[in-house]
Design a protein around this ligand. Sequence first.
Ligand SMILES: [Zn+2]
Length: 220
Amino acid sequence: MTYGINRHNNRPEWIVIHHSETAGPADATLAADAFDRYHRKANGWDCIGYHGVIGVDGSSEAGRYETSSGAHALGFNTRSLGLCLVGRLDWEPPEKAQMATALEWIRGWMQTYSIPPERVIGHRETYLIRRGYDLGQIDAMEWVQMECAGAEKTCPGLSFGMARLRSQLSQGPQEEAMLEQEAESMECEAPPSDVQETRLSRLIDELRARLERMREERAK
Ligand SMILES: [Zn+2]
């Protein structure tokens, strides 16, 4: 279901990723209707603040109408879609199934609203963009320092690499899945001889390096 009233006051140009900062088995099952109740009660909003919520198990639910402005990122609410991953992602990265569903949602929105990968951002990055920083020109160290200095938010969690996500989004899903699968399937093969093993592990390393290089290049 979709929540609230369709206000037709949102023109999505950005996708903003969040985490729920909730943990534990009870919280992990938090679904959109729980957020809906929570947001209404805690914030006095008319419904859930996000446009989509992804559960730890990879299940997902729609939140507000995509054409209704969100309530999730100051300065971006009338020109973005807000996606929330359930969990406390400062310490643990999202589950594989959860990330897979998140990618489906993000890719779907990118296509529907013609949003480029560089406009898929983390909540924490909205503060930097509002201050005029160009995300593409900030290197990792400078980034950490600014985050510490700003310390407004780590959302969607320190373990959630936004630059990595953007580079992943800028290459075709098949291309990446193929490389990943290739590396994985090689690891699962029957125990090889010493010589084979050396060759095999070198090949796996090469594949991994190629994948990394691809990601880094796209991140630039
Ligand atoms: Zn957030």
